[in-house]
Design a protein around this ligand. Structure first.
Ligand code: PBG
Ligand code: ZN
Length: 326
């Protein structure tokens, strides 16, 4: 029955009523905080990401304590190695920066989940996410062995979840087989299933020094126009053994997030990436937007669109803002 019997505003009248009928809630328990860890001492600011620094292992361990105290269950680690080479051998070095950081975090905060981002681009001198052929193309199948080797090395160091972000075909299956063979059948894979070739990764590439030295990533990351293809990518990752699917970036791809959640019924993560963070920070610094309400609305909307897990550089701030006032 329509107006005047139906009045939608009845349930909006007070904060208590609004709270009672809210469909989507945001909690620190849904969030993952990404960190950049380097081999140097101390912190190094990232120009395009105010409030996010590259951290030494000591600083990282300290920040992980704060993350855990805020009720955030997991961190996602990106390593910035001291040296790079064409194969990206720093990625699977047992003494590599992510491996050392993971051991240090797990020793200090054993309950905190460490998710290891798995890619070669932070470790390769050319900045691409896989091995190159003689004529400079990214070579899919030989890259799989290196990714699998990296996954095993990360789990040996104590990583709780492996998150491959390279977008090579078949990598989830290759990583699953390698982990199973090494006795890590219980370690979950969170696959960056629908990872788009996005301008929103700009600040991250500054932070990780991972801008490709030639060309771009469009031969392996997805075309922004494609939604059906994203659903197929997700279905393939499920077949290959993925435990959690990811959509990345988040805000420009909420329709993709919705479709993947509806079709897969899998746990789904969304990555609110560096450029999305940078936009909010820049607008807030200019006085154009209120940071707190913008961030909480954004993260709630990502959840409403289907994300069970939201990976965001705002995680610590959001968890502070969500803390119940005594
Ligand atoms: C590496 C990787 C990237 C991001 C996560 N893993 C960058 C890229 O693909 O160029 C982006 C994260 C962000 O922008 O916050 N494969
Ligand atoms: Zn990469």
């Amino acid at each position: 029955m329509a107006f005047p019997a139906t009045r939608m505003r009845r349930l909006r009248a007070t904060p208590v009523l609004r709270d009672l009928v809210r469909e989507t809630r945001l909690s620190p328990a849904d969030l993952v905080m990404p960190f950049f860890v380097h081999t140097e001492p101390g912190r190094l600011a990232i120009d395009a990401m105010p409030g996010v620094d590259r951290l030494s292992i000591d600083e990282l361990v300290r920040e992980c304590g704060e993350v855990q105290a805020l009720g955030i269950p997991a961190v996602l680690l990106f390593g910035i190695p001291a040296e790079k080479d064409p194969e990206g051998s720093g990625a699977w070095d047992p003494e590599g920066v992510v491996q050392l950081a993971t051991r240090a975090i797990k020793a200090a905060h054993p309950e905190l989940l460490v998710i290891a981002d798995l890619c070669l681009c932070e470790y390769t001198s050319h900045g691409h996410c896989g091995l190159l052929t003689e004529d400079g193309r990214v070579d899919n199948d030989p890259s799989l062995a290196l990714l699998a080797r990296t996954a095993v090395s990360q789990v040996r160091a104590g990583a709780d979840i492996i998150a491959p972000s390279d977008m090579m075909d078949g990598r989830v299956g290759a990583i699953r087989a390698a982990l199973d063979e090494e006795g890590f059948a219980d370690t979950p894979i969170m696959a960056y299933s629908a990872k788009f070739a996005s301008a929103y990764y700009g600040p991250f590439r500054e932070a990780a020094g991972s801008t490709p030295s030639f060309g771009d990533r469009r031969s392996y990351q997805m075309d922004p126009g494609n939604g059906d293809e994203a659903v197929r990518e997700a279905a393939l990752d499920v077949e290959e053994g993925a435990d959690v699917l990811m959509v990345k970036p988040a805000l420009p791809y909420l329709d993709v997030l919705w479709r993947i959640k509806q079709q897969s019924r899998m746990p789904v993560a969304a990555y609110n990436v560096s450029g999305e963070y940078a936009m909010v920070k820049a607008a807030a610094a200019a006085g154009y937007l209120d940071e707190r309400s913008t961030v909480l609305e954004t993260l709630t909307s990502i959840r409403r669109a289907g994300a069970d897990i939201v990976i965001t550089y705002h995680a610590k701030d959001a968890a502070e803002w969500l803390r119940p006032t005594p």
